[in-house]
Design a protein around this ligand. Structure first.
Ligand SMILES: [Cu+2]
Length: 230
């Protein structure tokens, strides 16, 4: 299960399809409306959660199809992340994904073009633990939306994912599982979930965005800056 803007590397062996076949990459149907009753349906022709084709392919036959290729016997491995390296390992920074007065926000705040709060200021060269919490929206008129949280300028590791009991039964929606392994820059946070990430601010000082990657949400205010200071 992938969120908008979440990415993975795929290895596809097209030798298994005969020439002339047309496999495709599909976005399968899911309960994307999340009890919204179509209220915030986009301007597109497809309702949220409707299946659609992402990519059409055509496999050609003939000798060029006989090329042998195989993925490496062993893909890169990664040691488990160590939350202990975070400067705030005992006190993760909490980012509530909020909805108030019909405006999305992060910790109740909306986007400001040139601002980052002291809370959103980090030091270059350090690690921090951040926790995205998708529990505030659940109280608002039954609005329980997934969010796709993207942090600019860095890569992070997912340390922990937990779901409140109230939403645990809804995990059926994500039964395909999450892609939480490896380096990430976007992570799916389902309704009722808290996702803790370990971020390293390694390379550049300056002002960077973090936001939900669902366009209606980020444009509605679920986007903020954070500042990396030297
Ligand atoms: Cu969102």
């Amino acid at each position: 299960m992938l969120a908008p803007a979440e990415r993975i590397d795929l290895w596809v062996d097209f030798a298994r399809w005969p020439g002339g076949s047309e496999p495709s990459l599909q976005s399968l149907a899911f309960d994307g409306a999340m009890n919204m009753g179509g209220m915030m349906m986009g301007r597109g022709s497809l309702p949220d959660g409707a299946p659609f084709q992402v990519l059409a392919l055509r496999v050609e036959g003939g000798s060029q199809g006989s090329h042998e290729a195989a993925p490496p016997a062993r893909l890169s491995g990664m040691a488990p992340s160590d939350p202990g390296v975070a400067v705030n390992f005992d006190r993760p920074k909490i980012f509530e994904l909020t909805m108030g007065m019909m405006a999305w926000g992060i910790n109740g705040q909306s986007f400001e073009m040139l601002e980052a709060s002291p809370y959103e200021t980090v030091k270059l060269g350090t690690h921090e633990l951040w926790e995205f919490r998708n529990d505030a929206t659940s109280g608002m008129m039954g609005m329980a939306m997934p969010h796709s949280m993207h942090v600019h300028g860095v890569q992070f590791r997912v340390v922990e994912r937990s779901v409140s009991g109230r939403f645990a039964r809804d995990d059926e929606r994500a039964k395909a599982g999450f892609v939480d392994e490896g380096w990430k820059d976007t992570v799916l946070v389902m309704p009722g979930e808290r996702v803790r990430i370990l971020v390293r601010f390694a390379d550049y000082p300056g002002l960077f965005l973090y936001h939900c990657h669902m366009l209606e949400h980020e444009d509605g205010g679920m986007m903020r800056n954070y500042r990396v200071r030297t």
